[in-house]
Design a protein around this ligand. Structure first.
Ligand SMILES: *Cc1c(COP(=O)(O)O)cnc(C)c1O
Length: 346
């Protein structure tokens, strides 16, 4: 992360990250527990996440594309990296220099891999009902798996975060098709899938969200710790008189004389305007609310008398409750934060 500004701080709790992975690993039973670190580790920093989890014993990592994989090279001995989007003609050059496996998603991707990298290890994704990526169940008979060196055969659950009959249906279809695939390992569960129980774990699980403090299902509540703590600096204090308004659209009018603080962060930093009524900022122990509209780079908050310019306002960034109250889901709340936050691991 290069373009950060020291007035926006994203404090990242490395112990919480590792504790979350350990809980997910325990819930995975005898299956190995990997880590999805796509989209730069859900916005927190893929390299830092990989280093911390590898030290804790995690061996299997997943990114979306080859550029993300290349950014993690060289990989330490014993680590495995898979590229969810597979391979296309435009990836051949980079794939020849990057030690990762594609997750092959179609007959065309399989043919491409066989043509350019015969014998090199790969993974295969089978679509058991989500209709996103993966070889459709109906075309399994048309593809030549025997000539591939398959490390992991995978599928992905469409609604593991909900109690739906589709979950068991996908699991059973995956178990049936997996039996005929010459792969060393099978993998189905994301964070929510791990919470569905050991029948979903197979040989390898692939959590993302819950590593970073997201709570995918009620079973994880109380076990998953917050990792990301945004804080922003007060760049100006002002006194607003009763009857005066604050910010764009003059949507907030003071009903008394009050002290307000302007902090450096806004919707360009992922704090979209719809979050405004739900954000609570801690300034020196006082709980402060947003006043009026969030701007691109600035937010006005009620400030305690003790506040000083340069003080920090810590945002109570509780992913499950913010997701429940706003249009953003927990994934968007993490990945939307943007490049201006200084990521600081502790
Ligand atoms: C992103 C992703 C995961 C991780 O999902 P979470 O819901 O974040 O745990 C696992 N598998 C695939 C194929 C993914 O795309």
């Amino acid at each position: 992360m290069d373009a950060y500004h020291p007035s926006l701080r994203l404090d990242l709790d490395g112990d919480a990250l590792v504790a979350n992975w350990r809980w997910l690993a325990r819930q995975s039973g005898p299956a190995a527990c990997g880590a999805a670190i796509k989209a730069d580790g859900y916005g927190l920093g893929a390299r830092a996440v990989l280093d911390r989890l590898a030290k804790a014993g995690c061996r299997d990592f997943f990114v979306s594309n080859w550029a993300e994989a290349a950014a993690l090279m060289p990989l330490a001995d014993g680590l495995s990296l898979s590229v969810f989007h597979g391979i296309g003609e435009s990836d051949i050059a980079i794939a020849s220099t990057v030690a990762a496996r594609p997750v092959l998603n179609s007959a065309a991707q399989i043919a491409c891999w066989q043509a350019h990298f015969p014998g090199r290890a790969c993974d295969v994704m089978i679509d058991t009902g989500m209709n996103r990526l993966g070889v459709p169940l109906g075309s399994m008979g048309d593809i030549d798996l025997a000539s591939l060196t398959i490390d992991t055969v995978m599928s992905h659950l469409a609604c593991a975060d909900e109690d739906r009959a589709m979950n068991a249906g996908q699991r059973d279809r995956f178990a049936a098709v997996r039996a005929g695939v010459p792969a060393a390992r099978a993998s189905l569960a994301n964070s929510a899938g791990i919470c569905l129980g050991s029948a979903y774990a197979f040989d390898l699980t692939r959590p993302g969200l819950a590593l970073y403090g997201g709570v995918p299902r009620r079973e994880a509540a109380g076990h998953i710790a917050r990792v990301a703590h945004p804080a922003m600096q007060i760049i100006q204090l002002r006194d607003v008189l009763a009857g005066e308004s604050v910010g764009y659209g003059a949507t907030f009018t003071a009903d008394r004389d009050m002290r307000i603080a302007i902090v450096h962060a806004g919707y360009a930093d992922g704090l979209i305007r719809a979050l405004a009524p739900h954000l609570v900022l801690n300034v020196g122990g006082a709980q402060c609310r947003v006043l009026g509209r969030i701007s691109m780079d600035l937010i006005a908050i009620a400030a305690p008398e003790s506040a000083r310019e340069g003080d920090w306002a810590e945002l109570d960034y509780d992913l499950p409750s913010l997701a429940a109250a706003t249009p953003l889901n927990q994934y968007e709340l993490l990945t939307g934060l943007g490049a201006r936050w200084e990521r600081r691991w502790r």
